[in-house]
Design a protein around this ligand. Structure first.
Ligand code: GRF
Length: 213
């Protein structure tokens, strides 16, 4: 089985990155994380990557201390990725919206796929603050999704989902913790399915659904 070369884009804590690092180090997943790119210089995910001797790239502020404009960020990120020969770009807690410049650059320029991890049962609850919104709406179920990245926010083809039942005493914080635990299972599992050809990213069938707690 081929080893999948992966780049992970992050903005924050990076607990999902950590899970991928551990799966790589233990040999549970045939992946090699060749780069971690962050749009935030203080993202803890960068510490996790450095501890694992993974190359890190911060694309945050320019020499004048101004945050890079979206197009500049995307061009620089593509420049970083180009020589690395990545097969898959994983957005794991990456909080910047990407435009077709980057999305097509990855697909056509790098010939790679790109997936995003989102904390809701898509297509419901795209965007931010999903846990609070789900509770406000009185939903019975919540969870997380892994989907292909397209130019429409959180709207690409869904590859997999993990579902939990909401408890009467759940708060946004308890839901966030429980969804995070599901994400830590769902992301490596989905990548495993991609590596083994169970999921064909060029010809996606029905999404795989898992039940969690
Ligand atoms: C996750 O909930 C993910 O779904 C969302 O951002 C969070 C990232 O968590 N996109 P972490 O940085 O991996 O801990």
């Amino acid at each position: 089985m081929k080893t999948l070369k992966i780049a992970v884009l992050v903005s924050g804590n990076g607990s999902n990155l950590q899970v991928l690092i551990e799966h790589m180090q233990s040999g549970k997943l045939p992946i090699k994380i060749v780069a971690v790119i962050s749009n935030k210089a203080d993202a803890y995910a960068l510490v996790r990557a450095k501890n694992a001797n993974i190359a890190t790239f911060v694309i945050d502020k320019n020499e004048q201390g101004k945050t890079y404009k979206r197009a500049q960020f995307e061009q620089l990120a593509l420049h970083v990725l180009k020589p690395l020969g990545v097969d898959l770009v994983v957005l794991a807690g990456f909080m910047k919206i990407l435009t077709p410049l980057f999305i097509n650059g990855v697909k056509d320029g790098l010939n790679a796929s790109m997936i995003n991890l989102h904390p809701s049962l898509l297509p419901s609850y795209k965007g931010l603050d999903t846990h609070a919104r789900v509770l406000q709406s009185g939903e019975r179920y919540h969870g997380c999704s892994v989907h292909l990245v397209t130019a429409k926010l959180d709207a690409g083809q869904i590859l997999s989902q993990a579902v939990l039942e909401i408890h009467p005493n759940d708060t946004p914080a308890t839901l966030q913790n429980r969804v995070h635990a599901l994400e830590h299972m769902l992301l490596p599992c989905t990548i495993d399915f991609i590596v083994r050809g169970v999921i064909d990213v060029d010809n996606v069938g029905d999404a795989y659904r898992f039940w969690g707690q």
